[in-house]
Write a protein that binds this ligand. Structure first.
Ligand SMILES: C[S@@+](CC[C@H](N)C(=O)[O-])C[C@H]1O[C@@H](n2cnc3c(N)ncnc32)[C@H](O)[C@@H]1O
Length: 278
């Protein structure tokens, strides 16, 4: 069997939406790389016309490049594994796929099977979230993971001692892939739902909310996060650039958040906020 491998060159802000569009036309594995991402589809399901429609839809919004090659299935796993490197966050957490050999033990280890869901640790924002989570006391805390992708942050939360994690994502692939990853990592306290915060079922309040989504969704939802946090609860945000920090802080200040810490990696930002009294 042959697969078509498509290399998509695009601005990182468009990766997520383009992956979703390609998933609609049969692509089922996505891997981010320096230029954008790789997408794979069985050759028989490759639909050049549908791809042209997607190209046309985004042509005026952003420059996008597509190049493709056909790969035989026997080489396909090899190809995919070659381009998926393990990640070490801060010398404390190893994020790897199950086919990677473990060469050194780290205090934390997360196994992620990368499919189409965002969140393998390769993106700066996931890296920043994991790094900052490791400095937050999660023991016996209740945690919300908004926009969970592969559920990588939920898995980290459980490994750090969280007593319950409510995770959700608008993307149904995230629920499927997230649950696979929960199994591989022997997680017990995480529940994943599909939908936005206003659509999923949420019980009680939380000590920590993790939200790595994007600037616009965060600006819209900061108010809602404040209603789900216990007093002095923590909100860890990423998915936006350093130049968006002031905008987010201004919105957060309307709902009694104060900044505890900021971090950045290659222009991507991460903010740790705390809900203070009225
Ligand atoms: C930047 S990825 C982060 C994934 C993962 N949490 C991580 O840190 O790697 C953002 C995720 O949020 C999801 N998403 C986008 N808008 C959302 C919304 N309004 N509510 C919930 N999830 C959303 C996307 O489907 C995507 O999986």
């Amino acid at each position: 069997m042959f697969y078509t491998k498509l290399q998509v060159q695009c601005n990182t802000e468009f990766s997520e939406i383009l992956m979703a569009e390609l998933a609609e036309i049969g692509f089922d594995t996505f891997l981010e790389n320096e230029d954008g991402f790789e997408a794979y589809v069985e050759e028989a399901r490759y639909d050049a016309e549908a791809l042209e429609i997607i190209k046309g839809k985004y042509a005026d919004l952003t420059p996008i490049g597509f190049s493709f090659e056909n790969i035989e299935k026997k080489n396909w796993n090899e190809e995919w594994e070659k381009s998926y490197e393990p990640i070490i966050v801060d010398d404390r957490c190893l994020i790897r796929a199950d086919f990677h050999k473990i060469e050194k033990k780290y205090p934390y280890e997360i196994v992620i099977t990368p499919k189409m869901s965002f969140g393998t640790g390769h993106h700066q924002t996931t890296y920043l979230m994991i790094k900052n989570q490791m400095d937050i006391d999660h023991k016996y805390r209740s945690v919300m993971d908004a926009g969970c992708g592969t559920a990588i942050l939920s898995i980290m939360a459980e490994k750090l001692g969280a007593k319950r994690v409510t995770a959700f994502d608008i993307d149904e692939w995230s629920v499927i892939n997230g649950n696979e990853n929960l199994q591989i990592n022997n997680c017990r306290v995480i529940e994943i739902q599909q939908g936005k915060i206003s659509e999923v079922s949420i019980n009680g309040k939380f000590d920590i909310i993790l939200a790595n989504i994007n600037k616009n969704v965060l600006l819209d939802e900061i108010k809602t996060y404040s209603t789900y946090l216990n007093p002095l609860g923590l909100l860890l945000l990423s998915g936006f650039y350093t130049h968006d920090i002031d905008n987010l802080l201004q919105e957060a200040s309307k709902y009694n958040f104060k900044e505890l810490r900021r971090d950045e990696k290659e222009k991507w930002a991460c903010l740790l906020l705390q809900l203070i009294g009225e």
